[in-house]
Design a protein around this ligand. Structure first.
Ligand code: 26Y
Length: 791
């Protein structure tokens, strides 16, 4: 392959050529199964599921593809004989950061699991030229740099020009009656964009299934090339900008025309290509819902609903009722957040000028909804639930009204949707609501990321767990086996030492692998409460300053977090953590008992390094706010002990491992809602009445923390004077007590390792294999390999 691609032999080649040669080899190795999978789906007319997502946070794919093809060890060995280190060349691959956080990584786990469980299910999204920004710290401040992940090419994708479709924007539209009596649209002055698909094979683990991830790129249609040069360049730039950058905002949602264009772009292209493919099977459009399921990952692809209606009405000439029936049966929607800032709504003006025909259809869906509900529900409820309201189109309402299934991502989250956030809709459509607790793939997050642990588990219980993760429960038999517990400790120690090397190399911070590695890795958000973590660190610091002999086990606090570029408060928190790190890491009197490591540019590849090295998993969001969390699952699977509030999937983790093997603290969701109701939380009182907390908070404004005056002041004010929206001060004491408990438990190595073992043993249910099987069964109604897994 090296010779074919670069006219050179191994001895002359460098890492980059070796990487691309191997990548090409792997791709051709799976090519046969890729086409035979497609042929099989076609021949058997299998119902297929399409997972529409704005984000797919894939991570590097070389090792994961080798693992799934069952040739990882062979290739590793073969390369070794040639004097090549596989670990070195996998680093060459750019980490495609086509997502922000949890939702995007979930989509990546799901497509891996669908292929593994032989579910005919594919991904559909955007081939962003630039992934999520690269994060750099300059003087402790986050600076965003472009992430040009395609610079050296991408071996995994195949451009399929023959499957390109056209997506239209703007223009004028009016309806005219045809001779057959149909009302069909006529368009004038639309802007046409060519959507070109790039397909990536998604390889199942240990089987012959290869599904497809189809990512769309926006290009200028060929006929436009005839225009004058400058107009051509301008138009090309405008069009290509549609698939240029991923929006880095996952919180404070700003209405942006380009984002709306992106959403419609991949939705329209995806649905057109699904229908085209469906028709190739020679089936009548009337049976579409028997062969196609479309899943909407949060509301970002909610335009799927009016777009499918448009195609069924305008292209297929179905009547409204019939088309609506099909649409509802095809569509299903997952909600990932209860935070109102993240709920999408578009100004009517924007949507009606950009997508005139789609807007007509949305208005008609809304009109019919109001009309139909008038006889059944109160006007108040109808007004609160309709799609077009207050000058905006509410995307969650559109998604709910147009889907047969609406799911939350953890039991608690689904309960809150039903009882609070979407209560009106729950009363209207009770049977549409269901829960699908998130999951993670054990292939990337254990088998690849933590090879020593994989080996140990295989030695103890065999390797059935690799396919059926609940088999990990067999590990419980070793809970009192000192030898196993010691081996587990040894592996953790190795992983920590490994990570410590990285930290020394990348950040020039020396950390002791015998310290407790306490990890909080997730997007930076006020509700996730990285600040609570920081206040506790400051408390320990003050304790040690006051009495250097304070008896605590040395700790390394590890943070990884990107903030949305427009989220000022989150960026201030980053700066504050970095300033506290400067203070503590350079204070010799602390005697290395405390260290803060804020990893730059946290993403999938760094997660793979950090997670196997973690002792403590920080899951400390304000109860009710974190829909599920998935780093909590990855960390427990790697033997970290969870320190958590009863939020999201933490509740289910506790149910699995038992209260003795997780450290729970803080307000419950019920208590939070009670506070909202009676308005009785006054954070200032906590500041006034709790001397320890007061002393800690004062460090934010008294000059203790170097070079963070503005940030310290703003954050102090938000916590003490402006209401402390996420109850940080309320939960402080309980958090400190929970941390003390961790310190105590850790000093008893056998107890600690037993907890770690029970966490690993209990993590089995959180395989995304089970999650996608439940989607396949309960929502999509697609068939899969019968023995794919059992809970
Ligand atoms: C509207 C737009 C700016 C937007 C873009 C991205 C809004 C939200 C998002 C991303 C949300 C997200 O990642 N949510 C997370 O989804 C995970 C998977 O379900 C959950 O585990 C996690 O709790 C939730 O915060």
């Amino acid at each position: 392959m090296l010779t074919e691609l670069y006219s050179m032999d191994v001895a002359q080649s460098e890492d980059t050529e070796q990487y691309f040669a191997l990548g090409n080899l792997v791709r051709s190795y799976c090519a046969k199964n890729w086409s035979s999978t497609n042929r099989l789906y076609m021949k058997k007319e299998k119902k297929q599921a399409y997972y529409f997502s704005m984000e797919f946070l894939l991570g590097r794919m070389l090792k994961s593809n080798l693992l799934n093809l069952g040739i990882l060890e062979t290739v590793r060995g073969g390369l070794k004989e040639l004097g090549i280190d596989l670990e070195k060349i996998v680093q060459i691959e750019a980490d495609p950061g086509l997502g922000n956080g949890g939702l995007g990584r979930l989509a990546a786990c799901f497509i891996d699991s669908m292929a593994t469980c032989e579910i005919p299910g594919h991904g559909n999204g955007i081939r962003f030229k630039y992934g999520l920004f690269k994060q750099k710290f300059v003087n402790g401040y986050q600076v965003e740099l472009p992430e040009n992940w395609l610079q050296n090419g991408n071996v995994w994708e195949t451009r399929r020009m023959n499957m390109a479709v056209t997506v239209s924007f703007y223009g004028k539209v009016w309806l005219e009656e045809t001779v057959n009596g149909y009302m069909l649209p006529h368009y004038e002055n639309t802007e046409r964009v060519l959507a070109v698909p790039y397909d990536t094979p998604i390889i199942g683990y240990g089987n012959n299934t290869v599904n497809t991830l189809r990512l769309w790129s926006a290009e200028l249609p060929a006929q436009d090339e005839a225009m004058d040069y400058w107009s051509y360049i301008q138009r090309r730039n405008r069009i290509e900008s549609i698939s240029e950058v991923l929006y880095p905002d996952d919180s404070n949602y700003e209405g942006r025309l380009l984002r709306l264009k992106q959403e419609y772009f991949f939705v329209s292209a995806g649905i057109q290509s699904i229908i085209r493919h469906y028709k190739k099977m020679g089936l009548s459009i009337n049976h579409l819902a028997e062969k196609v399921a479309i899943h909407i990952n949060d509301t970002h692809p909610a335009l799927c609903i009016p777009e499918l209606m448009r195609l069924l009405l305008d292209e297929e000439h179905l009547d409204w009722e019939h088309a609506w029936n099909i649409t509802i049966n095809v569509m299903s929607y997952t909600n990932h957040t209860i935070m109102s800032e993240a709920l999408e709504k578009w100004p009517i003006d924007m949507i009606s000028s950009l997508l005139p025909r789609v807007y007509q259809i949305i208005s008609e869906i809304d009109r019919r909804y109001v009309e139909k509900m008038a006889a059944l529900h109160s006007t108040g409820k109808i007004e609160r639930t309709r799609i077009i309201e207050g000058g905006h189109v509410k995307m969650a309402h559109l998604a709910i009204i147009g889907s047969h299934s609406i799911n939350g991502v953890a039991k608690l989250h689904t309960a809150i949707l039903k009882e609070k956030v979407l209560h009106d809709f729950f009363l209207i459509y009770p049977s549409r609501f269901n829960n699908k607790t998130n999951g993670i793939t054990q292939r990337r997050w254990l088998m690849l990321a933590n090879e020593p642990l994989r080996e140990l588990i295989n030695e103890k219980i065999g390797n059935d767990w690799e396919k059926t993760l609940t088999e990990l429960k067999m590990l419980k038999a070793f809970r009192n086996d000192e030898e196993t517990l010691k081996e587990l400790a040894e592996i953790k120690r190795i992983n920590k030492a490994h990570f410590a090397e990285y930290v020394l190399d990348a950040l020039k911070i020396e950390v002791d692998p015998d310290a407790i590695f306490d990890v909080q890795i997730k997007r930076l958000h006020a509700y996730k409460r990285q600040l609570l973590n920081l206040l506790h660190i400051l408390k320990l610091y003050l304790d040690l300053k006051e009495d250097p002999k304070t008896d605590i086990h040395p700790r390394v606090f590890i943070f990884g977090a990107k903030a949305a570029p427009s989220y000022t408060y989150a960026k201030e928190i980053i700066k504050l953590i970095n300033s506290v790190a400067e203070l503590i890491n350079h204070d010799a009197s602390i005697n290395n008992k405390l260290k803060i490591v804020f990893i730059e540019n946290y993403g999938v590849s760094l997660a793979e390094k950090i997670i196997p090295a973690a002792d403590v998993s920080e899951q400390i969001s304000l109860a009710s706010k974190e829909a599920s969390g998935t780093s909590n699952m990855k960390l427990m699977l790697n033997g970290a002990v969870t320190l958590a509030t009863l939020d999201g999937a933490n509740v289910e983790i506790r149910d699995r491992v038992g209260s003795e093997n997780i450290i729970i603290f803080g307000l419950t969701d019920k208590e939070v809602y009670q506070y909202y109701q009676d308005g009785s939380y006054h954070s200032h009182d906590y500041y006034e009445n709790n001397p320890v907390l007061q002393r800690v908070l004062n460090t934010l404004i008294d000059g203790t923390i170097p070079d963070a005056e503005t940030e310290g002041r703003d954050i102090f004010n938000s916590l003490v004077n402006y209401g402390d929206e996420y109850f940080v001060l309320r939960d402080f004491d309980e958090y400190v007590a929970a941390q003390k408990k961790i310190d105590k438990l850790y000093r008893d190595p056998l107890t600690w390792q037993r907890m770690a073992l029970i966490n690993i043993a209990g993590a089995g249910v959180f395989s995304s294999d089970y999650t996608v099987l439940q989607y396949a069964n309960d929502i999509w109604d697609v068939a899969y390999r019968p023995d794919a897994g059992e809970l």
